[in-house]
Design a protein around this ligand. Sequence first.
Ligand code: UD1
Length: 412
Amino acid sequence: MSELIIQASPGLCGAVDVSGSKNGALPVLAATALSGGKAVIRHIPKLTDIHVMLAMLESVGAQIYGDEIYYPNLCPERLDERLAHKMRGSFLLAGPLLARTGRVRISMPGGCRIGARPIDLHLKGFSKMGAQIENCHGFIEITAPRLHGEQIYLDFPSVGATENIMMAATLANGTTVIENASAEPEISELAEFLNNMGAKVSGAGSDRIVIEGVRELGGAKHTVIGDRIEAGTYLLSFAVTGGHGTVRHVKPQHLSPVLAKLREMGAKIKETEDSVSIDASKILCASDIKTMPFPGFPTDMQSQFTTLLCLAEGTSVVIETVFENRFLHVGGLNRMGASIKTDGRTAVIEGGRHFTGAKVEGQDLRGSAALVLAGLAAQGETRVRGEEHLKRGYDDMIGKLQKIGAKISILN
Ligand code: UD1
């Protein structure tokens, strides 16, 4: 297993060009299966999860040339189950395949380390729209000759359920209303792409989304938005090393809860239309964090902030409300000198600590990023196992960190 070797890298500085958003690109790629026309998708990040999604699209008949995707023949029954099993995000193909072909058979996604992650809300939505759902031998078979529009209330503003139902509803008979919908920026991005294909989606970005079904969708061009979580992680790389720098090609409004926290902790933040600069040369102070659906503080930034809070002056409390098991990085951070106590979904962090380099192992994507950040701030050498997790969500992390002065390399 490969290891990242990280040496103390005080005062990182410079600019990072943010790649396309993983969570933005995945549903947009899935949505291409809704259309008989050609889709042109630019700024797709080079990530394992994206490769899996592209391979899944090919398995159902997509022809992919560079950034062009076209389906001469869409065959949902040829969906590659081994791939579907690899990534939870693969379930995003269920809505488009169901809406376009009337049937889909897909592996029941399992839980993952950060939580059970059921798909009941996706299925409840399809069922309300008239789909028959059968769960047998680990597969879910969903059929509906044509879905019909419905009023759907989500018990929780699930990102994936909102996206899946929104995509399925574009080709349904009648109007679908999703209440208590997710308002994450990636939902607005998906709605924009769907509308460019000829769909009639309004209200995306609010908790009530209205989708008027149409008969068919055509081709469209789209540029994936900058990855707000990648951007936030690099902002924290400057913060944990007492440095200063800029993340480019990201919309500051997508980072508003993260920037609010950094300002509260004493960092100087400057925003332009598509970049954010941070100066964290002064010691930061403690802050409490509670993860919530957008525009609340993102769960995908919780692990990385936990690292920063270990260095800040004072005691911080972090409450994780979105996933039930998202403190997998805490063991590694404590091994490196942190003082973090967890109880269920709450972590209490005694700040003002110094990290010392150690051998640690990442257990999930963002938790691994938290350990890399700690390594940059630590005295001595840190070895982080778990590069395969990082490759799911960070396009060229090592190259980008080296460019801003980090002493980081990979040992295969
Ligand atoms: C997406 C993001 C992920 C992010 C998460 C929350 C993608 C590819 N992934 O994941 O990076 O951490 O949003 O912002 O976009 N839930 C149910 N039933 C369901 C669906 C969800 O109980 O049918 C629960 C989940 O178990 C979890 C919570 O709702 O506890 C949030 O899940 P959801 O918003 O659906 O996250 P994902 O779409 O899986």
